[in-house]
Design a protein. Structure first.
Lengths: 175, 202
């Protein structure tokens, strides 16, 4: 092919083409080679102590982690069985909260309950979590023989159901 | 077109190869004498390569210097199978291409916008010029043409390979090569006819 012939001729000519570079080129190359050597040596000198430090650091951290592991002590199960849990339902949010029940807590929880509420307290273990406090609303017309003392939440006003029944207005005379 | 000329190993060349492998070994050991010997053996030819890709001798020497630094840096990657000269030449070509891409002087001329194809010329002029004269003509081509002509006609890379090297399509490479070839043929014909003509191109 003609195309190849032309390229062949050019290539043959170019293969023998050479020029002599100035001495400066080799001097620069040699200078860069020595600087690279120095860098490499410095890197090797720095690498060994760095690796040693990293190794020692790693070993120290691992060793400390081993010592810091918490000791697991198994306690006898009987102690856990005796623990009671008191639960109370928050009236607003309907959430149940568990509290460890000591005698003091139990008495406190009773004292904190609203006046006029009757707490049905079942001592069974299963029902502990679902204790329901039921309230009985006292209505004026439904006075019972027993004197129910009602206090408002602030505890300032007191009255009895008997009084309520007496205060009822009678309309017989008016007619 | 074949990529590189594969030469059969003749006795003298085999001796050369063993010499080269010994030279490479000594260079890898960091012996300055061996490094200088390697440089002195290949520098003139490699400067010729660098000269073809650049527009001035100073730039060519810059490329040569950078190229030899890379040669010594990556010499451990040379496996004694191929020709050492070919391996060094490849490094020089790559260094020259990088230089052209990085250098502001050459960047603008390396923009290849045209993708139109040109008719293949059938001219085959007698190349009676000396190597130096021919190299001068190649260097007078615009940088883009010059680079593609060097890569395709002299180094033997295909247009697909050139496209990958320069980040252009193979059609662009082909088109640019045809233009360069046509231009060079005209110049060669004119120069052969009247050697007194002066071609002033960047």
């Amino acid at each position: 092919m003609q195309e190849n012939e032309f390229e062949k001729k050019i290539r043959l000519r170019m293969d023998e083409f050479a020029l002599t570079p100035t001495d400066e080129v080799w001097n620069n190359v040699a200078a860069r080679l020595t600087s690279q050597k120095k860098k490499r040596r410095l890197l090797i000198y720095l690498l060994f102590p760095t690796l040693l430090l990293i190794g020692l650091g790693g070993w120290y951290v691992l060793d400390n982690n081993k010592n810091d592991k918490p000791l697991i002590v198994q306690t006898p199960n009987k102690a856990n069985k005796g623990a009671n849990v008191d639960a109370s339902i928050d009236a607003d949010s309907n959430t149940t909260t568990k509290q460890p029940l000591s005698n003091n807590n139990r008495s406190k929880s009773r004292n904190n309950s609203l006046p006029g509420t009757i707490i049905k307290d079942k001592p069974t273990a299963g029902s502990d979590l679902r204790k329901v406090t039921s309230t009985t609303k006292l209505q004026p017309g439904r006075a019972t023989a027993s004197k129910d003392v009602i206090k408002d939440q602030a505890g300032l006003k007191t009255f009895t159901n008997e009084q309520n029944s007496k205060e009822k207005p009678s309309f017989k005379g008016c007619g | 077109m074949q990529r590189q000329r594969i030469k059969l190993c003749q006795p003298s060349e085999c001796n050369k190869m063993t010499d080269h492998s010994l030279l490479v070994k000594n260079c890898l050991k960091g012996k300055p004498a061996a490094q200088k010997q390697l440089y002195e053996e290949f520098a003139p030819l490699m400067l010729g390569v660098c000269y073809r890709y650049t527009k001035s001798l100073h730039d060519a020497e810059d490329v040569l210097q950078e190229g030899f630094v890379r040669v010594f840096k990556f010499l451990h990657q040379y496996n004694n199978e191929g020709e050492l000269g070919g391996w060094i030449r490849r490094i020089m070509v790559n260094t020259a291409l990088n230089y052209l891409k990085k250098s502001r002087k050459y960047q603008y001329d390396l923009l290849f916008d045209s993708t139109e194809l040109h008719v293949v010329t059938s001219d085959d002029p007698e190349v009676l010029l000396h190597a130096k004269e021919l190299a001068e003509l190649v260097r007078q081509l615009p940088t883009g043409y010059q680079t593609i002509f060097n890569l395709h006609a002299i180094e033997g890379f295909s247009h697909v390979e050139i496209g990958q090297m320069l980040g252009i399509s193979d059609n662009t490479s082909r088109s640019q090569y045809m233009r360069a070839r046509q231009l060079l043929i005209t110049w060669i014909t004119n120069t052969t006819g009247s050697k007194n003509k002066v071609y002033a191109r960047k």
